[in-house]
Design a protein around this ligand. Structure first.
Ligand code: FAD
Length: 494
């Protein structure tokens, strides 16, 4: 890091805070960019806290100042549209903290981990595994911070079973927009607790989360089945999450000529199997891959293969198109990292990522397939994806939290991930336009989607519509915990 810039005398900051502010070109460049690589906003300075009280002092200094400045916590900067940026404000590099990861047990909670908001999920996994334990709800990729994913929801193939990561938190420590340090849970400062979970960083900076743990398995059976018909594919997905069949993970994705079976989410298929699946996809235009996982313990006598066969006998995938793997629990959870490292070597990871993530009501999913997957994604073939589609259950989401899902009585809704990589900024913009077209098409045909990791709202009205019945509470909570609207300005809500 270059020498600290000492020109912060205009800011009303105590010396111990001012010395942790930097405006060197490396710090500013990092804080002005993110994984999306499509958007830049320059902060005034970057703050490297060593303790939580540094964050308290920083926020309090702004809050009590006659000229308050905006503040954005930056986890790992893996947002795609500037959500962790703060134009002309201060970006707090959370990873300069080392809140640690501590595993404990209580009669009331069972096993849990107290984890710094800056911690990466991969480190939470490694540390808890030392005790034979593990969190239960994950994201597909583990190099994301706990504070970053809890500000959104944190979803993956385990969500149908355990709910999103925000449903698996007992307690939080938060620095509010007034610079107050508060501990909150369902029973203590519950308004703040529910507000922060899925709250897009609007109510406070998460400095600790108490995460639910369970006994960790050692191995997983990992299976993919190919479908030619979307209707049958989604019926089988819904069937698998409808009852407790003992599966631990259910996802799904599209395979097309330009979006091959193996991609950066995982090289699941052997060379021969991939050829077979890709050739079917080329013939059909698009096929659908249903992906399931069952955990097991290598030392148990559980008849795991028989159990899986029993579950699969009721499914209608294409005959001969079932593919199985047996891998360690860690290799499964950390599957994206293996592919990331390959792409990094080829210089293909740090490219623009114009992603669109959506929640689609069950009533609209067949129409969504036709109008979006077939008529736009398949026909226009602008990138190789991957393109994800899998169901979740509304009952696993706590409506008191800020996270927003489709308004529909059906228990099931779908998550869609259009995870594009673009060759350059120009291509990124073309795909960005396609994303906007998809949002327009959904609006025209009346599919009431919600954006997950929202990034395309430009007006207050759109945010009000996004939060729906939760908007007035969201606004009230903002007025209570961040009345000067200092926090996470990159979300562009207030
Ligand atoms: P940042 O991008 O740094 O921050 C995100 C937002 O949270 C910002 O508004 C920021 O101000 C705020 N914030 C950050 N830290 C804190 C904190 N401690 N307290 C309060 N607010 C904070 N998401 C899923 O749900 N499931 C997936 O499977 C998944 N896979 C992904 C795979 C890849 C390769 C990538 C790049 C992203 C993926 N995501 C996934 C999206 C990811 O969860 C979000 O982008 C998340 O915000 C990234 O975490 P981060 O730590 O980088 O947060």
């Amino acid at each position: 890091m270059e020498e600290r810039n000492t020109s912060f005398s205009s800011l009303p900051l105590p010396l111990e805070i001012a010395t942790k502010l930097y405006a060197d070109s490396t710090s500013i460049k990092t804080a002005s960019s993110d994984f999306g690589k499509l958007f830049q906003e320059t902060p005034f300075a970057v703050f490297y806290p060593s303790t939580i009280s540094d964050i308290v002092h920083l926020v309090k200094s702004s809050y009590t100042s006659s000229s308050p400045f905006k503040i954005a916590a930056r986890g790992h900067g893996h947002s795609v549209h500037g959500q962790a940026m703060a134009k002309d404000g201060v970006v707090v590099e959370m990873t300069s903290l080392s809140g640690g990861i501590k595993v404990s047990w209580s009669d009331y909670l069972g096993f849990y981990a107290d984890v710094g908001g800056e911690q990466l999920w991969i480190d939470v996994l490694r540390t808890t595994l030392e005790r034979g334990l593990s969190p239960v709800s994950w994201t597909d990729y583990l190099y994301l911070t706990v504070g970053g994913t809890l500000s959104n929801a944190g979803i993956s193939g385990q969500t149908f079973l355990h709910g999103p990561q925000i449903s698996n938190v007992h307690e939080l420590d938060v620095v509010t927009g007034k610079g107050e340090f508060m501990t909150c849970s369902k029973n203590m400062n519950s308004e703040l607790f529910y507000g922060v979970l899925g709250g897009l960083g609007q109510f406070g900076i998460i400095t600790r989360a108490r995460i639910v743990l369970d006994k960790a398995p050692t191995r997983v059976k990992w299976v993919r089945m190919i479908y030619e018909d979307f209707d049958i594919f989604t019926k089988d997905q819904e069937h698998l999450i409808s009852k407790n069949y003992g599966l631990n993970y259910v996802e799904g994705s599209l395979i097309m000529k330009k979006s091959p079976a193996n991609n950066w989410r995982s090289s699941f298929f052997s060379i021969l199997d991939e050829e077979k699946v890709n050739s079917l996809a080329s013939k059909r235009g698009v096929v659908y891959s249903l992906e399931v996982v069952k955990y097991y313990d290598e030392f148990s006598v559980q008849p795991i293969n028989e159990e899986l066969d029993d579950i699969f006998k009721d499914l209608s995938f294409k005959t001969g198109f079932i593919f199985k793997k047996d891998v360690s629990y860690v290799d499964f959870l950390n599957r994206v990292r293996i592919e990331e490292l390959k792409l990094q070597c080829k210089g293909l990871w740090d490219v623009p990522h114009p992603w669109l993530n959506l929640f689609v009501p069950k009533s609209g999913i067949l129409e969504f397939n036709q109008q979006v997957f077939v008529n736009i994604i398949q026909k226009e073939a602008k990138s190789s994806g991957p393109f994800l589609v899998y169901p979740m259950k509304r009952t696993k989401w706590d409506d008191r939290m800020s996270a927003t899902i489709p308004d529909e009585d059906e228990d099931v809704f779908y998550t869609i991930g259009l995870l594009h990589s673009a060759r350059n900024t120009e291509d990124g913009k073309i795909i960005d336009d396609q994303n906007k077209k998809i949002l327009n098409v959904c609006a025209e045909i009346g599919i009431e989607i919600k954006q997950y990791l929202p990034r395309y709202y430009t007006t207050k009205e759109e945010w009000i519509k996004h939060f729906g019945a939760k908007w007035s509470l969201f606004e009230e909570r903002k007025a209570k915990y961040d009345p000067k609207m200092l926090l996470s300005p990159g979300q562009r809500i207030f």
